[in-house]
Unconditional design. Sequence first.
Length: 175
Amino acid sequence: MSTSRATTADTVASTLIAEMEIEAATARKCLERIPADKFSWKPHEKSMEFGKLASHIAEMFGWTPPTIHQTELDFAKMDYKPFEPATTEDLVEFFDKNVAEAIDALKNAPNEVFLENWTLRNGETTYFTMPKIAVMRTFVMNHIVHHRGQLSVYMRLNDIPVPSIYGPSADEGSM
C-alpha cells in the first residue's frame, strides 16, 4: 500500500482556481462587448440595468478574498457602494483587478480554510452561515454563472454577439 502526499494540484484552492479561470475568461468575453451607451438599458422594469448587471458580475469575483480571509461579511459594518463604470474599459479593468485578487487569495489557502464557517449578515439579521467551500461554490461561482446567463440574454436582445460559453453560440460557429 502506498501513500501519496497532497500536491498543489490536489488542493481545494487549485480546483477553484482552475474553475475560476475558465469562468472568468468567458465572463470577460461578455463584459468587453457591452457598449457603455447600453449600460442603462433593461429588458423589464423589474430587471437590473445592463451596466449594473455587468458590474455585479465583475464585483462577485471580488467576493473571494473576504470569503477566504474573513469569517463574515456584515453589511451593517460597511458603507457599500456598487461600482458604476463610465466606460466598457472601466468595467473590464475592474473585473480584471477582482479576478487577479480572487486567484491570489485562493493560491495560498490551505484545504482547512474551506471547512471554516462563513456568515453573511446585516447586523442582527443573519442571511446564512455555511462552510467557505459552499460559499465559494454557491454564493460566488454559481452566482456568477447565473448572472452571466442573464447577461447573455441582454446581449442577444441588443444584437450584441454572444460569445461561446460552454460550447458554440449562434454568433460564434458550430461544432
